[in-house]
Design a protein around this ligand. Structure first.
Ligand SMILES: Nc1nc2c(ncn2[C@@H]2O[C@H](COP(=O)(O)OP(=O)(O)OP(=O)(O)O)[C@@H](O)[C@H]2O)c(=O)[nH]1
Ligand SMILES: [Mg+2]
Length: 408
């Protein structure tokens, strides 16, 4: 299936975000910026962002009816194709909103699912995404959706689909889900065998929020050509490369990035891709320190790791993109009032290094700043595990200076 686009040209979108009890209004702008980045990644052109504050979301239409009317008027006047909500909508909310606006409705999960779908390369990734997308759509089938999907498949029913078509589609989707699950089981088995054949080399996995520079770091370490670009979810498939620092060989895996509110269907169906993370000996948690929300991103990654049962592994926290860190002007960091001063990079480094939970490193993968320090730290970590696992072949990782010491 193609991503959800029938027009064949860049579609115009409005975004809708809601502040409520669990989602403070101060965060809304940042969330919508990220949503716009997601929309751009899928090829949508964001024309306007609507926001509203409610105590709790409206159970019928998510936003209030006044706001919905405002959106309706705007999309009429401005030739809008798509309306994107920053939160997940319930099946009935989607139906009600769609009935009112008569446009394609995306919620955050569907947007992410469609991006994944447009980026999946291998049979495994394609199957995983398709399964997640069907699981997501099954309870949410609407007349509009059925109509659009059928148009894409060339079996359009003029004037929209009826209940009967929707029921047929439901049955078709249930069948597909069963087939896809079987197919995945088979692929998983092959992957397990492949991983088994790799022996007991130490395994390091790059993890982190999307677009932080995991693949760039992987390419730097292994001289491989993993695809890296300034878009969200450039990587979907796990790539594993053998890396050697000094004489010490180990395996390094680059995997899919995480994001706030990653649809749980995706986490579920990507579990086998994420086995590389679950089975890793060491995690390199890469952080984009130039991103204004990097601390939120760290928390998102940590809770996703917890969901994967991988939170307790030895972890190096690698702060990347220090070349882009926005240093605050002097009057801001010297501020000694009640509000926290903006931190300079050196202050930030100190405060993170003072924490005891993880070892931290500050690098720029693009400018190659502190890369030697990074390699040395990683080397020490890998060596620790390697020497326990292979107590008799310690010669493998001898550094030139170790040899010199021995000759003395
Ligand atoms: N300025 C700067 N940009 C960087 C650095 N490292 C990576 N980038 C850029 O950040 C963007 C994302 O890099 P990727 O390596 O694709 O990031 P990723 O974490 O693999 O992203 P996903 O696969 O989408 O999760 C690219 O445009 C890189 O060139 C860095 O140290 N400094
Ligand atoms: Mg990547």
């Amino acid at each position: 299936m193609e991503p959800f686009s029938t027009k064949g040209e860049i579609e115009r979108a409005v975004l809708v975000g809601l502040a409520h009890r669990e989602q403070p209004v101060e965060k809304l702008e940042e969330y919508l910026d990220e949503l716009e980045f997601l929309a751009t990644t899928l090829g949508l052109n964001t024309v306007k962002k609507f926001t509203q504050s409610l105590e709790t979301p409206n159970p019928a239409t998510f936003i209030g009816s006044g706001k919905l009317n405002e959106v309706k008027q705007y999309i009429k006047d401005n030739d809008i194709d798509v309306v994107v909500f920053d939160d997940d909508l319930s099946p009935s909310q989607i139906r009600n909103i769609e009935k009112e606006l008569k446009k394609k409705i995306y919620d955050r999960s569907l947007l992410i699912l469609d991006i994944f779908q447009s980026r999946a390369q291998t049979s495994q990734a394609k199957t995983q995404v398709e399964l997640a997308r069907y699981e997501y759509l099954l309870p949410r089938l609407t007349r509009m959706w059925t109509h659009l999907e059928r148009q894409r498949g060339g079996t359009s029913t003029r004037g929209g689909a009826g209940e009967k078509e929707i029921e047929t589609d439901r049955r078709m989707i249930r069948n597909q889900i069963a087939i896809l699950k079987k197919k995945l089981e088979k692929i998983d088995k092959q992957m397990r065998t492949q991983r088994g054949n790799r022996g007991s080399m130490v395994r390091v996995a790059l993890v982190g929020y999307t677009n932080v520079g995991k693949s760039t770091l992987m390419n730097m370490m292994s001289k491989s050509e993993v695809f890296a670009e300034n878009k969200l979810f450039a990587t979907l498939d796990t790539t594993v490369r053998k890396v050697v620092i000094e004489n010490l060989p180990f395996l390094m895996a680059d995997t899919v990035g995480f994001i706030r509110k990653l649809p749980h269907q995706l986490v579920e169906s990507f579990k086998s891709t994420l086995d590389e993370v679950r089975e890793a000996d060491i995690l390199l948690h890469v952080v984009d320190i130039s991103h204004p929300q990097f601390e939120d991103q760290i928390r998102t990654v940590e809770s996703t790791l917890a969901e994967l049962d991988a939170i307790d592994k030895p972890t190096l926290l690698v702060f990347n993109k220090i070349d882009r860190y926005p240093e605050p002007p002097e009057e801001e960091w010297k501020w000694d009032g009640e509000i926290n001063p903006a931190l300079r990079l050196q202050d930030l480094e100190k405060s993170w290094m003072a924490r005891q939970d993880h070892q931290t490193l500050f690098i720029s993968a693009v400018n190659k700043t502190n890369v030697e320090e990074f390699k040395k730290t990683l080397y020490d970590k890998v060596k620790e595990i390697h020497s326990k696992r292979f107590p008799y072949n310690h010669y493998l990782y001898e550094l030139p200076e170790d040899q010199e010491n021995k000759e003395d």
